[in-house]
Ligand binder design. Structure first.
Ligand SMILES: Cc1cc2nc3c(=O)[nH]c(=O)nc-3n(C[C@H](O)[C@H](O)[C@H](O)COP(=O)(O)OP(=O)(O)OC[C@H]3O[C@@H](n4cnc5c(N)ncnc54)[C@H](O)[C@@H]3O)c2cc1C
Length: 261
């Protein structure tokens, strides 16, 4: 039996144009439709495969505004058993440390958690730090960037992929891991799954219900904040070089002019 919690984030649809609010540069989550972050769909898939092989339950956990319920429903439709939604206006503007503290505290309310699966980085904030911070708060083993993950007995094994190569890793349970986009292809929710999800009502928790004092999370107490934003300049059209027998020379001259060679 392996009880797994999957941390999912509700993020703005990648295909829509995102907007940061003009006053505090937080993401204007109300302005665009949201979806479950793609990497988190894969995390849910991995949790389902692990519990299908070993037994156990999959619990979804997410902190975010009301619309986060859509992402949670998608995960439940895929087959997760239950969900916890931390929803409170007081969370707005939290940085990665506060988010990790919030999630670590909420994980403490779930009985018998053996494995926590997160994505390696979210597609909006991209801190790539929350799972490691939770590991630190809860004093759990942590392995990151897994492209393969298996659980056997009271330990996990996996393949960790970085720019340097592939590492074979193992850790004792309970543990928290993060997975990369190569871990699996997530399943589509079946009609049966979608209908079953309607009956799985998420537990909604506020910051106070988690026993966290007023002002601990949220922008008013965040250690870091975004103080300015400059959009990336649009890509220039580039320079076309026509080969009239001297193409090689022209390319070299261009590269030298750009100080690339
Ligand atoms: C434009 C922008 C810039 C930001 N810059 C910073 C910054 O420089 N420093 C900083 O501290 N914060 C920053 N933040 C805030 C940060 O994104 C949030 O605190 C966020 O909740 C956690 O960071 P992340 O999504 O980047 O996490 P990551 O560490 O990138 O997320 C990895 C995984 O953690 C889990 N996870 C993350 N958030 C949640 C959640 N709310 N609920 C459930 N699971 C979750 C998911 O499994 C996710 O795949 C920024 C936010 C924005 C929108």
């Amino acid at each position: 039996m392996t009880n797994v919690v999957v941390l999912i984030k509700h993020v703005p649809d990648y295909t829509a144009e995102w907007k940061l609010s003009d006053d505090d540069y937080t993401l204007d989550r109300g302005a665009v439709d949201g979806i479950i972050d793609e990497i988190n769909e894969r995390a849910v898939e991995q949790a389902l495969q692990i519990t299908e092989a070993n037994g156990g339950e999959v619990t979804i956990m997410s902190a975010g505004p009301e619309k986060t319920a859509d992402a949670i429903r998608k995960a439940l439709s895929m087959g997760a058993d239950k969900a916890i939604h931390i929803q409170d206006d007081a969370i707005h503007g939290s940085d990665a440390v506060q988010t990790a503290y919030l999630l670590a505290t909420a994980l403490g309310t779930v009985d018998g958690v053996e494995l926590v699966i997160a994505g390696n980085e979210s597609s909006d904030g991209r801190a790539g730090a929350v799972p490691a911070m939770i590991a630190e708060y809860l004093d759990l083993p942590h392995v990151t960037h897994l492209r393969k993950l298996e659980v056997s007995g009271d330990s996990l094994t996996g393949e960790r992929e970085t720019d340097d190569g592939i590492y074979t890793v193992e850790a004792s349970l309970p543990a928290i891991v993060s997975v990369n986009e190569k871990i699996n292809e997530p399943r589509f929710p079946s009609f049966k799954g979608i209908m079953a999800a309607k009956k799985k009502v998420p537990t909604v928790l506020t910051v106070a219900e988690l026993g966290i004092e007023d002002g601990v999370v949220g922008g008013g107490n965040s250690g870091s904040s975004v103080t300015g934003v400059t959009p990336k300049p649009p890509r220039s059209a580039g320079e076309r070089i026509t080969d009239e027998g001297d193409g090689g020379v022209k390319v070299v001259e261009y590269l030298a002019g750009q100080k690339i060679i």
